[in-house]
Design a protein around this ligand. Structure first.
Ligand code: GRF
Length: 204
């Protein structure tokens, strides 16, 4: 049975990690197909990155549904319609509905731009992570790829990669250094996960 990774990438913003994943697929470094890019924000620039590659996109926001049931139905229905069997969060700033986590159990991952659990949790995203790392006077920080469970940033860690914190760093300079590492690490980890999906014995 073909267990090739059919990836849905969830975004809320610029999508530079999405771009790194697209580039890795296009260059053959990541053996996966991106079947969907899903955003909760209609003008997220990452959607444009997907469109210019011909990747299907969907905008699904809770605010557009009059009931939670319809929202969940649309969410799961869209993933199923596009044949997704794996989800990579890449700057997606919404809680994943528990129904989706159950359906994709063990097959949802996230990238976080700092050490977990110390620099994670609600409100700890984007530049706030780097501000907190600097405020704590850490000498190093890291990128963390982890499984997604029902709590924010609580799933087990799959991989980390360290980055130095330099004496004159601002949150922005640190963010730029960490982002470069994210772009290397995320496609590499996804490739490992794609290989184990391919080799898995459970029915796809
Ligand atoms: C990245 O720093 C990622 O670690 C975090 O959100 C940011 C998304 O950036 N989860 P981008 O949209 O991929 O450029």
């Amino acid at each position: 049975m073909n267990k090739r990774m059919k990836l849905a990438v969830f975004i809320s913003g610029g999508g530079t990690n999405l771009q790194a994943i697209i580039d890795a697929v296009n260059s053959g470094k990541l053996d996966a197909k991106i079947v969907l890019v899903l955003s909760n924000i209609s003008d997220a620039f990452g959607l444009e990155r997907a469109r210019r590659e011909g990747i299907p996109t969907a905008i699904i926001s809770r605010a557009d549904f009059d009931s939670r049931d319809r929202f969940i139905e649309k969410f799961l229905g869209t993933l199923s319609l596009h044949g997704a069997n794996f989800i990579a969060l890449a700057g997606y700033l919404r809680m994943i509905p528990p129904e989706v986590i159950e359906e994709f159990h063990g097959r949802i991952v996230n990238i976080h731009p700092g050490p977990l659990p110390e620099f994670g949790g609600k409100g700890m995203f984007g530049i706030h992570v780097h501000e907190a790392v600097l405020a704590a006077e850490r000498k190093t920080t890291c990128v963390t790829v982890h499984h997604v469970t029902k709590g924010y940033d609580e799933g087990s860690t799959i991989a980390t990669r360290e980055a130095p914190v330099l004496p004159n760093d601002t949150p922005q300079s640190l963010q730029a250094r960490v982002l470069e590492i994210e772009h290397e690490l995320y496609p590499e980890v996804l490739e490992r996960l794609a290989t184990s999906l391919n080799n898995s014995t459970e029915d796809a």
